[in-house]
Design a protein around this ligand. Structure first.
Ligand code: ADP
Ligand code: ZN
Length: 520
């Protein structure tokens, strides 16, 4: 069988050989078994179902949430002489009729369908009347309720197992930690799938995470010094910040475009089209942008806000450097990010079980930010790869993080929170440490506290760095209902009792620019 597959690979797709582990995946499907494929972006997932689609009799059905990209895929396949079509809500009635007619007549090798369309009784009945070669479920991590791309319709895809018994199914994604992998198999009801979990490492991406100081100025410096004429993506958490940042970058002379779910659909697709087809465009976006974006030469992904999990960070940064050439994943984060995400999480209506998982995911993300050893090692071990050496291509490898004994500072900070009654936010507590009177310190007579002015040895920025690390590492908690009010946690006790010492990162004020990128 593999010899015919190899022939098709050459004749139809024009490739000389399979990449690891494409051949095995193709064989699995051709033999009628299910498969789970986790392969990094750019790894060549599409071929894994496109090729079996040509070997097995019938039409291969590809389920994808990315309606905007379907037409491009169909066009690309047509250029290889593959008969492909798509069904989704963007098509008008007559086109849908025509596509359905063509499907019945056996006119498609591949059919792309949005999940909500597929699950309509009418579509399911139609498909049951046709020979189906296989089902490919793309972006399979969307089935995870705890993930950031959750699509409720994906949960219903398990019905395919009953309705189309005997038709092999393949689930594919670029990001899934072990928990999500299990969730995919379970929720899609894959039958004893062969699992192909590719390495997660993207060696050409250089990871850097710095302390947020003046985020926009830091970004500007990064862009001017290192990517003055490159394509890239800047991620922000809110729509408002997307628009502000895009407008501001445009004023600074960059070709920056906004993208978020609140923009009109035509503007969104216009901006996306420009990003994909032109060079030297910076897309400033919320997480609504990016899934399935196949632009090989994205040279940088910058984060102005902290993502909620390592999976999200990995997926977003993974859009850089698909061509294998050097690319940057650059992020600044600060105390506000930590507080904001914690508050969102605790304040949400989600069930406790879900909150626990989300909390763990956020903690892991904070761990990655605060780590002083190789970032790539932490990133990869999160995905279960524990045997990597320090990479030499992340900020902590390139420039070891200076540490300092922060025990005294931490005790002062914690005492200041305690003495002021665990009723204030960071800025106010820092004022008491610095002995800087303000309206509130006057009103609450904080000048009389034993902690008043005991922190003059550090400046405001250094104190913010101390507080950020204490919050990130769980020594201090943030109250949900009262905006940003700090309180002590049990974690403090050994530190206050003198049983524990604490090492803190010495945060650099500015992100040191590196010499030109080199592939390691
Ligand atoms: P993914 O979906 O995993 O991000 P794609 O399926 O879009 O990746 O493939 C990434 C790139 O690799 C595409 O440009 C594709 O044409 C190319 N590619 C895939 N398989 C092979 C192969 N066996 N030989 C050469 N190029 C390949
Ligand atoms: Zn490293």
């Amino acid at each position: 069988m593999i010899s015919s597959a190899l022939q098709i690979l050459k004749d139809v797709f024009g490739y000389e050989q399979f990449r690891e582990p494409q051949a095995e995946i193709v064989e699995t499907l051709v033999n009628g078994s299910d498969a789970l494929v986790i392969m990094p972006t750019g790894g060549g997932k599409s071929l894994c179902y496109q090729l079996p689609a040509l070997i097995r009799p019938g039409t291969a059905v590809v389920v994808s949430p990315l309606i905007a990209l379907m037409q491009d895929q169909v066009t690309a396949l047509s250029q290889w002489g593959i008969r492909a079509g798509c069904l989704n809500s963007s098509l008008d009635f007559s086109l849908i009729n025509e596509t359905e007619h063509q499907l019945r007549a056996g006119g498609f090798d591949l059919l792309y369908i949005a999940p909500e369309r597929l699950l309509q009784p009418r579509t399911l009945t139609l498909l049951q009347e046709c020979p189906i070669a296989l089902f490919a479920i793309d972006e399979a991590h969307c089935v995870s309720q705890w993930g950031h791309d959750f699509r409720p319709e994906y949960l219903q895809l398990s019905r395919l197992a009953e309705l189309f018994a005997g038709v092999p199914r393949i689930a594919l994604t670029a990001t899934a930690d072990q928990r999500t992998q299990q969730e995919i198999v379970h929720r899609l009801a894959l039958h004893e799938p062969a699992e192909f979990i590719q390495g997660f490492d993207r060696p050409n991406i250089r990871y850097r995470i710095g302390q947020k100081d003046k985020a926009k100025q830091q970004l500007l410096k990064f862009l001017k010094n290192e990517h003055p004429k490159d394509s890239g993506i800047v991620y922000c958490l809110s729509r408002k910040r997307v628009e502000e940042t895009a407008a501001w970058l445009s004023e600074q002379g960059f070709n920056a475009l906004p993208y978020h779910a609140g923009l009109r659909a035509d503007l969104r697709s216009h901006n996306q089209h420009r990003f994909l087809t032109e060079e030297n465009i910076i897309m400033v976006a919320t997480i609504a942008f990016g899934m399935g974006i196949d632009k090989p030469n994205v040279r940088f992904v910058a984060h102005l806000d902290l993502p909620k999990s390592i999976e999200a960070y990995y997926q977003e940064t993974g859009r850089a450097g698909r061509d294998g050439l050097p690319a940057d994943a650059w992020m600044v984060y600060g105390l506000q990010d930590v507080m904001f995400l914690r508050q969102m999480l605790e304040g949400s209506q989600a069930p406790d079980e879900q909150k626990t998982v989300e909390r763990q995911k956020l903690e892991a993300m904070l761990g990655l930010c605060e780590i002083t050893s190789c970032r790539r090692q932490v990133l990869l071990s999160y995905f279960g790869e524990n045997d990597h050496a320090p990479c030499g291509n992340c900020d902590t490898c390139l420039e070891p993080v200076p540490m300092w004994d922060g025990t005294e500072a931490a005790r002062k900070a914690i005492s200041a929170v305690y003495r002021s009654g665990q009723s204030f936010g960071v800025n106010h507590v820092v004022d008491t440490l610095l002995g800087k009177p303000n309206d509130k310190t006057e009103r609450f007579q904080h000048q009389t506290l034993s902690t008043w002015g005991i922190g003059k040895d550090l400046d405001r920025n250094q104190w913010r760095s101390v507080f950020r690390q204490l919050v990130a590492r769980g020594f201090l908690g943030v109250n949900v209902d009262q905006h940003g009010v700090l309180h002590l946690t049990d974690r403090c006790r050994p530190l206050l009792k003198g049983d524990e010492r604490i090492q803190l990162r010495k945060d650099q004020r500015q992100h040191t620019p590196y010499r030109k990128n080199q592939v390691p």
